[in-house]
Design a protein around this ligand. Structure first.
Ligand SMILES: [Zn+2]
Length: 305
């Protein structure tokens, strides 16, 4: 049972990808299918140079209101949505997390950029959380979501940061997601579809592309509980933090933690094996981050270890 990031296959319980055996896929999909089809829906990325800045979480209907009373709901809907995502023409995402333990990955975000959130597609990856018809998510689902975020942050180099304000997840517009403000190029964190607004072509008026139920506060509360760093990103607290760190590393202090900043964090040794801002269980045995291996392979990048 595996995920695939930057061409690297990584064992993760409960998760099926196109590289998994029939037995594993049957187990994850509750007998629905023997193989996961890899989706080509999206555009090519060069794993040796491309870096994923942010991860955008979605919910399947965008109407999540609360946590379900049951901590787990048995479901094969991840397979239903993953199949739909592979066949539909104008939208795509890389991972579908079900209401139970399972998740299905249909493309490698280090190689394919998916069409999930308009102007930020070029710099992000996107996931779907399966929700119930009455707009709930489950505790088991969110636990698994956090563990997958841990893998993605480590192997894709996405900082363990979430947008926060006044003691709660920030659900409003992130100005830096707008096309006129960089289209997400400076948003290096885990955020939600609700944070992505657009300017109406005719009037220039700013409108939310999705409501607060896409994906709701729940995924971010789970990430906060796991120790992810809560910053008022809309106010620019993340930029200040990165500028300070970059200055300390004698790097160009632009506030955007690109590959050089991340490599400096790995080398500094203070941030664990993957150069993460906060440690998570499993980091110590994850080895070389997949994004670093993808770069090292072509000699264009070296950690100098
Ligand atoms: Zn969405």
């Amino acid at each position: 049972m595996s995920i695939v990031l930057y061409n690297q296959r990584i064992e993760v319980p409960g998760t099926a990808s196109w590289l998994d055996s029939e037995a594993d896929v049957l187990a994850v999909t509750r007998g629905k299918t023997k193989s996961i089809k890899q989706s080509r829906e999206g555009y090519n990325r060069d794993p040796a140079t491309f870096w994923i800045r942010g991860l955008v979480t979605h919910t399947t209907s965008g109407t999540v209101t609360r946590l379900n009373d049951k901590s787990i709901i048995e479901s094969a809907k991840d397979w239903v949505y993953a199949k739909y995502g592979t066949n539909v023409d104008d939208k795509s995402w890389t991972l579908t997390k079900d209401l139970d333990e399972s998740a299905i990955q249909t493309s490698d975000p280090g190689r394919i950029g998916t069409w999930h959130a308009g102007q930020v597609n070029n710099v992000t990856d996107g996931w779907e959380l399966v929700q119930t018809e009455d707009g709930t998510l489950t505790k088991t689902q969110l636990d698994g979501y956090v563990r997958l975020c841990d893998e993605w942050s480590y192997h894709c180099g996405i900082p363990r940061v979430i947008a926060w304000r006044n003691g709660a997840p920030y659900m409003g517009m992130l100005t830096r997601a707008l096309s006129a403000h960089g289209a997400g190029a400076s948003l290096c964190l885990f955020y939600g579809h609700c944070n992505i607004w657009t300017a109406q072509k005719s009037t220039g008026r700013l409108v939310a592309t999705r409501g607060k139920g896409d994906p709701s506060e729940l995924p971010f509360l789970a990430l906060r509980h796991a120790g992810y760093v809560c910053l008022d990103v809309e106010k620019g607290e993340d930029l200040e933090m990165w500028k300070d760190l970059q200055a300390e590393f004698k790097l160009d202090a632009d506030g955007i933690p690109g590959p050089q900043t991340r490599a400096a964090m790995i080398k500094a040794g203070r941030y664990g094996a993957g150069g993460m801002l906060v440690a998570r269980p499993g980091d110590e045995s994850r080895g070389m981050p997949a994004w670093v291996s993808a770069r090292s392979g072509v000699g264009r990048f070296s950690l100098g270890l």
